[in-house]
Design a protein around this ligand. Structure first.
Ligand code: SF4
Length: 377
């Protein structure tokens, strides 16, 4: 477990914010300028009372609207390969030795994956995320996924395709980019300090390196976290600041679903209001990134899901689109009822300054820490 009281990792010297009103006004001002919350401010957000959480959501909403208006981007997961993983990530139902009752299958064919992707696109998804269990792809796997990316792009040229295949080897990100993939997802999941407690078969540096490889190949980087695994507030803030330093375009925030048959099966430690505070903290640390409400939103946010739309600008539509489609419809109704609109295929998700050519970004990033754009790790 991460100790609460260790030296700041960001060198921040901001004063303690005991007045929630002052804290929130400060964070709104900074967030609307694209500046990140300091470590101390982020910790103060997580320490707010339940009674202050509605004000927190309203403040995060002002930052969210500055960069993303009232748009909600929809994403859809297609599981290319499920179960049978040799790694031991404690939160994962597909891990080595998992007794969770899940579907296990190996590699959907490109046409099957394209058909599954079509269900998401017809539900309004703008991005399809191709997920495969396993430590990382072989070169043969990259061939397969390249064929799948091409098949999806042929049928749905407008859809963004993100691959999530685990740890990459040199050259693989370039091949995915050449095949037409737009993005690559690899989550940091938790703080470096806590990482050894949730996984022993690979390390934190491996994960950061893969995010760097994806970016280096010109893929849009997607990297986020899982909350509710027994971490402290300091762990959550540390992973958010690590993500800020990696500067991914999208940051999925997952809330642990404690699957039976995994080491974290009994762990239910989040409340809906706590989940909102975590989401708001990530928004203030990564104000102009696509913050995505990801796994576990239904079970942890429950009736407060519409409030989370004021903080996150992106959500996953569930697998349920492939069955009755009712839950997907319920999501679309929730978005409309809360006064938001589904982001169309022709609209750029990210603010203009995040879509500049990469060479420009590298120049800007060389200004270093403490400027409004974090250095690339
Ligand atoms: S590497 Fe991926 S699929 Fe395998 S156990 Fe870890 S999270 Fe699950």
């Amino acid at each position: 477990m991460h100790p609460e009281n260790h030296a700041p990792t960001d060198g921040g010297t901001a004063p303690a914010h005991t007045d929630p009103h002052v804290l929130l006004e400060t964070l709104v001002t900074k967030g609307r300028r694209g500046e990140s919350a300091t470590r101390e401010e982020a910790l103060a957000v997580l320490a707010l009372d339940d009674a202050d959480t509605l004000d927190l959501v309203a403040a995060a909403g002002r930052v969210r609207r500055r960069w993303f208006g009232r748009r909600v981007k929809l994403n859809y997961l297609v599981n290319l390969k499920s179960g049978l993983c040799p790694e031991d990530c404690g939160y994962c139902s597909q891990r080595l030795g998992s007794k969770a009752e899940i579907l296990k299958y190996t590699w959907l064919k490109p046409e099957e994956a394209a058909r599954a992707a079509g269900a998401g696109v017809s539900g309004g998804a703008k991005r399809v995320c191709l997920v495969a269990s396993g430590r990382g792809p072989t070169d043969r796997d990259i061939d397969r996924v390249s064929g799948t990316v091409e098949a999806i792009k042929e049928e749905h040229p407008e859809v963004e395709v993100c691959a999530c295949l685990g740890l990459l080897s040199p050259g693989q990100a370039e091949r995915l980019r050449e095949a037409g993939a737009d993005a690559y997802n690899h989550n940091l999941n938790t703080s470096e300090e806590m990482y050894g407690e949730i996984c022993t078969t690979h390390g934190y540096e491996d994960r950061k390196e893969t995010v760097g490889m994806a970016r280096g190949a010109g893929l849009s980087a997607c990297s986020g976290l899982i909350a509710g695994m027994g971490e402290s507030d300091a762990d959550l803030v540390d992973v958010a600041l690590e993500l800020r330093a990696l500067d991914p375009d999208s940051v999925p925030v997952n809330f642990l679903i404690p699957f039976e048959g995994t080491p974290l099966a009994e762990r239910w430690e989040l409340t809906p209001l706590r989940a909102l505070r975590i989401l708001a903290m990530v928004r203030f640390v990564c104000p102009d990134a696509e913050v995505r409400l990801a796994g576990g939103r239904e079970v942890h946010l429950r009736g407060l899901q519409p409030l989370a739309l004021h903080v996150a600008n992106s959500i996953f539509l569930g697998d349920y689109l492939t069955s009755e489609g009712q839950a997907g419809k319920a999501d679309l109704e929730m978005i409309a009822d809360a006064g938001f609109e589904v982001e169309g295929a022709g609209t750029e998700t990210l603010p203009e300054h995040r879509t500049e050519p990469r060479t420009d970004l590298v120049t800007v990033r060389r200004r270093g820490a403490g400027t409004d754009v974090a250095p690339n790790a």
